[in-house]
Every structure is written in structure tokens, then in C-alpha cells.
Write a protein that binds this ligand. Structure first.
Ligand code: ARG
Length: 635
């Protein structure tokens, strides 16, 4: 009764009248492959005598079609009495005729199952066409209790991007933005209630210095027009002044006996005082700082929007209250986790964590001699504030691997403070570096510069094909999207932890597994749809048994894997898991066009092929959007 009627009817017509047995993590209504898992499990329980709870999860999807549609590693069934090849022979003997699968083949210690694709098409394609944008999603995964929807969704916090105001938006921020946006989408699709947080670097003595810089170099008009660049320029200038002054003082030190009065009036001391005023709640100082912050956020938002990213919260180091830091400090002291050392306060991990690990965590400062808090100190209290505010089930920090130590220290401190449950809910998602991120204008400082340069490059590439170029309504907007796709796809191509070279020429090429290639595959499917101009009802009622060519069957098999790919991605948390699949799928697609023509085909065949292309387009579109790309319809 849980099956929607179309599925129940389909199953009946395939002489699978019996209701599918229900296994944990089996979702036949939304993942067609689960129908096969369920069906195979029932057969294999009979054939092997092994319990279905062991068989069902052992049925794995495959990376290549030659290996079958599902495989079963025989040792996973833990039948000890015979060798795998003997077992395989026995089971094969007993394996009954099935309406859905061929008799298995044995390779090594695996049983390989090939689906009867005519049946697969009839189950899969209607499911994709009706679920549309939802195909591949599974909202049950994020339920607190799948059996009781009233318990609600699990809460996820994804903290990502987190640039620093008045400083460059570097490659680390770019990767965090791309990966974090993807993870947030992934969990949302899996039914979690996701809160996206941007934890800005917006607090500390350097913002006192920035204010002094604004007095000296600031210009209201420039600030309004381009806050990010203007504040950055001011910060560079005033930092140079500070460095010059320090050098000067060093020479003076040698000549003058008592130079403390000179230091007192120095920029460094002024910045410290200004920041002190900020922390003490000085209205004017805070108002100025708030304006810098708001103008910067406004500009960030525009840039993030181009990447399909929005935040629920712009938090930041400034949002950690003195009060909560005092509270954490008191707890650290009470529990004797921290200690004084030459007027400062630090945590000596060797005293709390035995062996190599304790040593590797080093001895981070949590309070400077002048009493000011540090990056790490703020992160501790920010986390506890988030617990209060969001009561999350899981929280992900998307931060470059350069900060591995920082996050390890943070997580260990939380554990030492006695928050063991919290420590189990937090996760650092790290990533490697981008090497040589520079464009034609030189080394890039801001995300906008990168995006403008790749868009320009894409625009040049597009102009090479005059005919096509003329048909595009807004070529500059398309170039912008293609440029962004280029950057994102290159970023997501490898495993997160790998470094990669920022390569403008490679990423903007139409050859190879690039963003433009993926966009082209999508645009081509859209163009086929436009040309065929069939009504949705005609496609929905197509006779899918007409899809018989190997190319059609392979394409059906590949697109059937998409929900499994998404489930697997929830384990790997790697964008490349999705991307690799999308390239495999688009390669299958592009090699099938010559064999599965629409134009010139007989009417019924045309409808059936169109249904298949439509399904492929939905899968590609869903996969691209999951990654954070904006699929284009023409290019
Ligand atoms: N603003 C920091 C930086 O640019 C990144 C912040 C990462 N998040 C955190 N909770 N520490 O290096």
C-alpha cells in the first residue's frame, strides 16, 4: 500500500504481484535499483539460506557497466562451510528464472547481476519523469526517526567560505565556498534541515588598524562603490605604514634610551586602543566598524549569488560575546585544562593527551599577555553559542587543511571540557591547496577578479563559433555561467585533499572533462527537446519497449545509478563522486546520439527516445545543481 499506484500497477504487470518485502534503507518508490535489491534479496535468501538482513546491504552498485548492475561479494555473506567458488556453483544451480534479472555470472569471488533492461526502463523512466527535480533525493535520510515524521528533521550546520574583511579572498576561501555549498545541497537533498553559516574574520586588533587607515586614506565614495577593494587597499597602506614605523623604532631604540613614549603614540598602540574601545562598546567606533562589515557583506552576497550560494547567517569572530568567552575561560580554568605561562594563558596538550597525539597538538595560546582572546579562543565559544542557538545534530567546518591543527586543537578542547556528546557531532571537512591561482591580470586577490577573468576567457571561446554565438540571447550572462562552471568543475574534479593547479586554458576547454563540456551536454539535450517539441503527455505515454539498442540500454542502466551515487556521496562527502558519475553518464550519452536519432525516426520510436533523453536531462540537471552549477539551456 506504501507503493504509489503507478508502481504497484507496474509491478503487477511485470508479474511481481507480491508486495515488495521491506528492508531497512530500501526505497523502491524513489530508487528503482532498490526494487532490484529487494527482489534479489528475496531470491538469494531462498537460494543461500542466509538472512536477508545480511544480503540486502551486501548488494553493491558497480562503477562500470561491464561488471553488472549489482554485485554481491560472496564472502560478505559469511558462509564458512565452503569456498566461494563452490558456493557460487551451488547457488547458480538453484537460481530461479526472474522477470527482472538474468542468471548471475561469477567472477572471482563476486556474483554479478545484470538487469533485464526492458523491465528496468519501464520502472525507471516513469519514476524519473514524475519525480523530476526530486529524483536522486531521499528526504527520509534526514529524519530524526523515519518511522515517526512528527519528530522532525535532523539539524545540520555547514560553516563555509568564511573570508576575512579587508583581506584577500584567497584560494582557500574559494574551495571552502564551492565544497561547502555542495555539502549543504547534499544534506538538504537528504532531508536535513541545513543552516549555512559564514564565519567572517571581522574582529581583532587589525580592525582597529583598519579604522585608523580609513581616517588617513578612506574615501566615502570609494567605500560605497567597492567596499571590498577599498578596504583592502586601505589595509595594505596602513599595514605598510605600521611596518615602516616599526623599522624606524628599531633604529631609534639603539639611539634613545627611553623610547616608551614613542611607542605609546605609535600606530600599533593606537590600533590596540581603538580595538579596545570596540570591545568596550564605544558607539562611534562600533558604528564605523559595522558599516565596513555590512557593506562588505552586501558585496559578498552578490558574488555568492553568482555561485548559487546563499547564507542563512553571517556570523563571524565579532559575534562571539565577551561573556561567553569569560564562561569558557572559567571552565577551562576550573577543569585545569589551561595554565598560565609568562603572563599568558595556554593549553599544554602533552599534559592532557598521552603520547604522540598530545605532542602533536602542541601548546596553543588562548589568552595573550595583554588579555586579548585569540582565533582559537573565539572558536571555542562560538561553537558553544551555536549549540545554544541551533541545537544541531551535526556540524561541518569546511576549512583548508592548513588549519588541520587548529581544528584538531579546537575539537580536543571541546572534548576535554567535558562536552563529549558535542565532540561527536562536529566534523572538519578539509581540502588541499590551489597552486598558481593567477589570471592574465596577475595574482588574483578577490573572487570577483577570478570570475571576471574566466568569463572573459569563455566569451572569447564562444565567439569562435559565430553561428552559435548569434543565437544566444545574452552571451555575456552565458559566458559568466560557463566561466563559473569551469572554475567549479576543475575544483571538484579530484579528491578534496589533493592540491591542484589553477589552469585557465584547461578548465575553459570544451575537450576533456570540464565545466563547459558538462554544460554543453546539458544544452544539447535541451536543444533536442526543443526540436522534438513533443507534449509531456506524449512522452509520458511512450512505449518504452521500443528502446532496444545497446546504446539505449546502456544509457538506461547508467541513469538508474544516480540515486545510488547520491547515497554513496553521503558517505564519501566528495564532490568528485558525483562529478565522475556525471562524466561517465555524459560520455555514454554523447556516444549514443548517432544511434538514437529523434529527427527522422518513426513517431512512436521518437516518443520513446525522447522519454529516455528527458530522463537523462533530468539526471544531468539534478546532478549539476547538486554540485552548485547552473545548467544552461543554450550555449
Ligand atoms: N577566517 C578564517 C581564515 O580565513 C577561516 C575561518 C574558518 N572557520 C573557523 N571556524 N575557524 O583563515
Amino acid at each position: 500500500a506504501a507503493n504509489p499506484s503507478w508502481l504497484a500497477d507496474k509491478l503487477t504487470s511485470l508479474s511481481l504481484a507480491e508486495p515488495l518485502p521491506k528492508y531497512p534503507n530500501c526505497y523502491p518508490e524513489i530508487n528503482t535499483v532498490d526494487i532490484y535489491r529487494s527482489h534479489l534479496t528475496a531470491i538469494l535468501t531462498e537460494v543461500t539460506g542466509v538472512d536477508s538482513s545480511i544480503i540486502y546491504p551486501a548488494l553493491q552498485w558497480t562503477q562500470t557497466l561491464e561488471k553488472g548492475d549489482l554485485v554481491l561479494p560472496i564472502p560478505a555473506l559469511r558462509v564458512m562451510r565452503k569456498k566461494p567458488d563452490q558456493l557460487a556453483a551451488e547457488w547458480l544451480e538453484k537460481f530461479p528464472e526472474s522477470p527482472l534479472v538474468h542468471k548471475p555470472t561469477v567472477t572471482g569471488t563476486f556474483l554479478q547481476f545484470f538487469f533485464k533492461v526492458d523491465k528496468l526502463a519501464q520502472l525507471l523512466i516513469p519514476s524519473i519523469l514524475t519525480r523530476g527535480k526530486l529524483f536522486g533525493q531521499n528526504k527520509d535520510m534526514g529524519m530524526k526517526d523515519p518511522g515517526d515524521p512528527s519528530k522532525g528533521q535532523k539539524r545540520m550546520i555547514v560553516e563555509f567560505s568564511s573570508p576575512n574583511i579587508a583581506k584577500p579572498f584567497h584560494a582557500g576561501h574559494l574551495r571552502s565556498t564551492i565544497i561547502g555549498g555542495f555539502l549543504a545541497n547534499l544534506y538538504e537533498g537528504a532531508g536535513w534541515d541545513v543552516t549555512r553559516i559564514n564565519y567572517l574574520g571581522d574582529w581583532g586588533k587589525q580592525y582597529g588598524l583598519l579604522a585608523l587607515g580609513f581616517k588617513k586614506y578612506g574615501n566615502e565614495e570609494a567605500l560605497q562603490a567597492d567596499p571590498i577593494n577599498h578596504l583592502f587597499k586601505i589595509y595594505v597602506s596602513i599595514s605598510k605604514d605600521l611596518a615602516d614605523e616599526k623599522a624606524e623604532m628599531a633604529t631609534l631604540k639603539e639611539k634613545v634610551e627611553d623610547y616608551s613614549h614613542i611607542e605609546k603614540d605609535g600606530l600599533d598602540e593606537q590600533a590596540r586602543r581603538y580595538f579596545k574601545a570596540m570591545t568596550d562598546g564605544d558607539k562611534e567606533a562600533l558604528a564605523q566598524w559595522a558599516r565596513f562589515r555590512e557593506l562588505s557583506i552586501k558585496r559578498y552576497k552578490e558574488t555568492y549569488a553568482r555561485l548559487n550560494i546563499h547564507y542563512d547567517v553571517y556570523s563571524g569572530e565579532s559575534q562571539v560575546t565577551e561573556e561567553s568567552m569569560a564562561k569558557s575561560a572559567a571552565r577551562l580554568e576550573e577543569m585545569k585544562i589551561c595554565e598560565e605561562s609568562e603572563g599568558a594563558v595556554l593549553i599544554d596538550f602533552t599534559k592532557h593527551v598521552p603520547g604522540k597525539i598530545g605532542k602533536s597538538l602542541e601548546r596553543p595560546l588562548i589568552k595573550k599577555r595583554d588579555g586579548t582572546a585569540l582565533y582559537l579562543t573565539r572558536d571555542i565559544s562560538e561553537m558553544l553559542q551555536r549549540v545554544e542557538k541551533y541545537n544541531f545534530d551535526h556540524m561541518i567546518y569546511v576549512v583548508a587543511s592548513q588549519q588541520d591543527l587548529h581544528l584538531k586543537q579546537l575539537f580536543k578542547i571541546i572534548e576535554l571540557m567535558g562536552y563529549e556528546d558535542l565532540a561527536k557531532k562536529i566534523q572538519h571537512i578539509n581540502f588541499g591547496m590551489v597552486l598558481g591561482m593567477s589570471t592574465r591580470r596577475g595574482t588574483v586577490k578577490f573572487l570577483d577578479d577570478i570570475l571576471r577573468d574566466v568569463a572573459e576567457k569563455m566569451h572569447e571561446v564562444m565567439q569562435k563559433n559565430e553561428n552559435k554565438y548569434e543565437q544566444i540571447e545574452d552571451p555575456l550572462a552565458t559566458a559568466d555561467i560557463l566561466g563559473i562552471s569551469s572554475v567549479m568543475v576543475q575544483d571538484m574534479s579530484g579528491k578534496r585533499i589533493n592540491n591542484y593547479h589553477f589552469d585557465m586554458d584547461a578548465m575553459t576547454s570544451f575537450e576533456g572533462d570540464t565545466g563547459p563540456y558538462l554544460q554543453y551536454a546539458h544544452a544539447r539535450l535541451c536543444s533536442i527537446t526543443r526540436k522534438a517539441a513533443l507534449a509531456p503527455e506524449e512522452i509520458a505515454t511512450a512505449d518504452l519497449s521500443l528502446l532496444t539498442e545497446t546504446h539505449a540500454l546502456d544509457l538506461i542502466r547508467v541513469i538508474s545509478q544516480y540515486p545510488d551515487v547520491v547515497q554513496n556521496t553521503l558517505k564519501t562527502l566528495e564532490p568528485t563522486t558525483v562529478l565522475t558519475y556525471l562524466f561517465k553518464m555524459t560520455h555514454t550519452l554523447s556516444s549514443s546520439y548517432d544511434h538514437l536519432r529523434i529527427v527522422g525516426s518513426e513517431e512512436e520510436l521518437m516518443k520513446a527516445r525522447m522519454a529516455l533523453y528527458d530522463a537523462a536531462r533530468i539526471v544531468l540537471n539534478n546532478g549539476m545543481r547538486l554540485l552548485g552549477l547552473s545548467p544552461v539551456e543554450r550555449m
